[in-house]
Design a protein around this ligand. Structure first.
Ligand code: CTP
Length: 425
């Protein structure tokens, strides 16, 4: 069982009214990718810059926007989120919220939650340079610092008022780094008890191999057989696993994505044969989990023409002879066996999704399979969102909502962790 001490802290992200609120959407996404659970509350002014729906979709939780449940939010208990959280991050933190926090004013949802929260607070100020230097703000900063409130930024740069000066909110990556530092310093007892199988504890130190993207099977030097996989799901899974503390190797077919930071290894491959060889080598080096999200081409051209095939030679019609590629999961993975390896595959099915995916899981020796119907609403190629059904030896384990792939990746890892811990009990 995952111990309470290994749970990742829960973060209450408080968003106040500044143009930098849009950057907090990226921050929410980064925090989720890093394996944190995130809930959001916004001031009314913040909702003028970014809609609560954006944060709701990103975090998968309702967003608290007022004390009385009269506007977009449900009538949430106004301190419920404050009780839930282990860490509060205020980004952007306006001069106004700093003043309220310094003087104990609780007159709307964000300041109320803040006053009701006894734990560590990180503020990312964002305001006009004169407001930042105003003696009132300086005094409030002093009060807050003396009470142990943590600050990240502000930095210098272009401000919304058109000047280049101090007052710009730190970039989401910098805020994430500050959050990580604070989270590392939290005593285990302060961490949340439920979500015990949160991805972080389970995945920490695990060697995870992720494959992503399509493979290209060359016909001649300028043509190839391929499919429409973009690689985003695999890259999101690799990124989420890094955030959860795993040592991640990514083997990628040709995609236009930038590999996530913090990978333990990266291999760019072109064909199914290249990918098969790279997976075998990684297995020999030692891995704990294989997440096979690549859309490996099942067939390749029988012959590769070393010179470009000209259409006057090909004639009016052209039949391309194809032959089977190696099945990496079915044929390559079993030839590099080692104890304790967990294998996760994907299935794309348009008919009898669960039945066919279950048969595929069994046939290819996978522990878990993530099935997806590309024709279903809120899923499929090119769609921002994705929906999956996780299936194990005993049938359906979990059906996800239709979520942005980055958010879904974190949830998949959490579900896999929970499922695997149950199996091991
Ligand atoms: N896969 C693989 N090697 C291949 C083809 C697929 O390892 N040559 C993996 C994929 O990465 C995925 C799983 O097998 O995790 C299922 O792939 P899919 O193409 O849906 O299954 P197939 O068995 O090829 O069946 P079909 O295309 O007929 O649905």
């Amino acid at each position: 069982m995952a111990a309470q001490a290994t749970a990742n802290p829960r973060i209450l992200l408080l968003v106040t009214g500044g143009i930098a609120a849009y950057k907090s959407c990226f921050l929410a996404r980064l925090l989720m990718q890093a394996g944190f659970s995130v809930k959001v509350a916004m001031t009314e002014a913040a909702t003028r810059f970014v809609t609560p729906m954006t944060f709701q979709v990103l975090t998968g939780h309702p967003v608290a926007t007022d004390l009385w449940g009269e506007r977009q939010s449900d009538a949430l208990d106004h301190v419920e989120y404050a009780r839930w959280a282990d860490l509060v991050v205020i980004a952007p933190a306006t001069a106004d919220i700093m003043a309220k926090a310094a003087h104990g004013i609780a007159d709307e949802i964000v300041s109320t939650m803040l006053l009701a929260f006894p734990g560590p607070v990180l503020m990312a100020p964002a305001m006009n340079d004169n407001m930042w230097r105003h003696l009132a703000t300086v005094a409030n900063l002093e009060i807050l610092t003396s009470r142990g409130v943590h600050f990240v930024g502000p930095g210098s740069g272009w401000l919304a008022c058109g000047t280049v000066d101090e007052g710009r909110m730190s970039e989401p990556e910098e805020i994430l780094t500050a959050v990580r530092k604070l989270a590392d310093g939290l005593p285990a007892a302060a961490m949340s008890a439920d979500d015990a199988a949160t991805a972080s504890g389970f995945w920490a130190g695990k060697r995870v191999l992720v494959t992503a993207g399509p493979t290209h099977e060359p016909i001649d030097p300028v043509r190839y057989v391929a499919n429409r996989s973009s690689g985003t799901m695999g890259y999101a899974l690799a990124s989420a696993a890094i955030g959860a503390g795993a040592a991640v190797t990514l083997i990628s077919g040709p995609v236009v994505l930038t590999p996530p930071r913090g990978l333990a290894g990266f291999r760019a491959v072109e064909t199914a044969a290249d990918m098969a060889a790279a997976v075998g080598e990684a297995q020999d080096d030692g891995i704990d989990w294989l997440i096979m999200s690549a859309a490996v081409a099942d067939f390749k051209p029988v012959n590769f023409a070393p010179g470009k095939l000209k259409k006057d030679v090909l004639g009016d019609g052209w039949s391309l002879a194809l032959t089977r590629n190696p099945d990496i999961l079915g044929e390559v993975v079993p030839t590099h066996p080692h104890d304790g390896l967990r294998v996760v595959g994907f299935a794309l099915e348009t008919d009898d999704m669960v039945g066919r995916a279950s048969v595929k899981r069994e046939a290819k020796g996978m522990d878990y399979i993530l099935a997806n119907d590309p024709t279903a609403a809120g899923s499929g190629f090119g769609s921002e969102n994705h929906q999956v059904t996780l299936i194990g030896g005993d049938g359906i384990i979990w059906e996800s909502a239709s979520l942005p792939k980055e958010v879904l990746a974190g949830e998949i890892l959490q579900q896999l962790a929970q499922a695997d811990q149950k199996t091991g009990e």
